[in-house]
Design a protein around this ligand. Structure first.
Ligand SMILES: [Zn+2]
Length: 393
């Protein structure tokens, strides 16, 4: 019902949708403000507000300041008329979060990715989690406004397919029509984008003052997303993730992509673990071999093994150079650098920022942050994809 209202392009529905969008974007607004800002006439606004209230799409939440007479009612959208699902699929975890329409988190579930986590197992777990949410919070499929998915790439966001996984995942993830598979059970609006994009989108909500934001997440590969002039930067292949394969060392270390000297070959967790295997084989075999990615990270942080520390901090030089290059290209004002190891390993983030600063030519203007990893920017951004698509600009 609610989704149909948002997608109804008829002339009769237009004023209702304009007013709903205005309230959605500005929250707690009076009738006078709506009349002034939407340029709709007084009668039309009054009738439309009544209809939106009757449908339960909006509600009155308090009173504004009185200008002599009765204080005006303030309108806000009804955040629980419909629900949003945000999903993030990465190599170390899959997270499913239930949001209301104001993007407040209602519930969440995390699946730690283990070597046996094939696409089918993960997708079935996602579906059963959504079914549990429906049971627990008493809503039907029709009450889901949409499902946003941020996933490891490369992918085809138009077709809703995860195309091809990186070669070192335990079970092949590739050619997965995830949007279609989700729609089979939940016939609602489903949108797929690269996790690097959903992360920067979710982060941008925490930093409304910045128009140019770069997010670099270094995990098993590089994930980079950028907000440029207030908008998610999209290029033909859907994201700017390919920057992990920018060459930073001519004739350097071989990369799994077939080239030599890529950023990923020096700084990804994959490269770090390969190097630990070489420089500290005893430690690798006793502590890291046959562990899940999340366990490997936990152990490296806990053990503080000196050789491991040298390898990790050495990679900070390369990440710093890559971050500086990207920030220069995208004229970033705010640069967020994070990742499962960067967030946890003592001194790693600081070392990266030190090296990034050495290679920037306008460092005075750039602000650095780890971002708000604990607020789940990936699932938040995935839910925002749905809202952006259905509510538009
Ligand atoms: Zn490469």
């Amino acid at each position: 019902m609610f989704c149909q209202f948002l997608q109804d392009q008829s002339i009769q529905n237009r004023p209702l949708k304009i007013i709903y969008q205005y309230i959605f974007q500005n929250g707690l607004v009076s009738r006078a403000e709506i009349i002034e800002k939407t340029n709709l006439n007084r009668g039309k606004v009054a009738r439309s507000l009544k209809e939106l209230l009757d449908q339960n799409y909006i509600r009155v939440e308090g009173l504004g300041d009185s200008e002599g007479g009765r204080p005006p009612s303030l309108y806000q959208i009804n955040p629980v008329i419909s629900f949003l699902i945000g999903i993030q699929i990465t190599r170390w975890e899959t997270k499913i979060v239930l949001y209301d329409l104001l993007l407040n988190k209602i519930d969440e579930k995390t699946i730690i990715m283990m070597p046996n986590h094939s696409p089918n197992i993960v997708i079935e777990e996602i579906k059963s989690t959504i079914r549990k949410f429906m049971e627990l919070y008493h809503f039907q499929v029709d009450d889901i406004l949409g499902i946003g998915i941020g996933a490891i790439g490369p992918l085809d966001s138009d077709q809703g397919i995860i195309l091809q996984s990186e070669p070192f995942l335990p079970i092949h993830w590739g050619s997965i029509p995830i949007v279609e598979q989700m729609k089979e059970e939940f016939p609602v609006f489903v949108k797929l984008d690269n996790a690097a994009n959903t992360i920067v989108l979710g982060e941008s909500k925490q930093y409304p003052a910045f128009q140019n934001i770069l997010n670099v997440t270094v995990g098993w590969t590089w994930g980079s997303g950028a907000i440029h002039n207030g908008k998610l930067l999209k290029i033909e292949s859907g994201d700017i993730c390919g920057y992990g394969h920018m060459v930073i060392q001519m004739d350097g270390e071989p990369c799994y992509c077939g080239k030599k000297g890529c950023m990923t070959a020096y700084s990804s967790l994959y490269a770090i673990i390969e190097q630990i295997k070489e420089s500290s084989p005893a430690y690798y075999h006793s502590r890291l071999k046959d562990c899940s990615p999340i366990e490997q990270i936990g152990r490296m942080v806990l053990d503080q093994d000196q050789l491991t520390k040298n390898v990790i901090l050495d990679s900070a030089k390369y990440i710093g150079v890559g971050v500086a290059n990207l920030a220069t290209v995208f004229h970033s004002e705010l640069v967020l650098v994070n990742g499962p190891l960067i967030d946890r390993y003592p001194g790693y983030y600081e070392e990266i920022i030190h090296h990034a600063s050495l290679h920037l030519n306008n460092q005075g203007k750039i602000q650095f942050s780890k971002g708000n990893y604990q607020l789940d920017p990936g699932t938040l951004g995935a839910a925002m994809l749905v809202l952006d698509s259905l509510l538009g600009e």
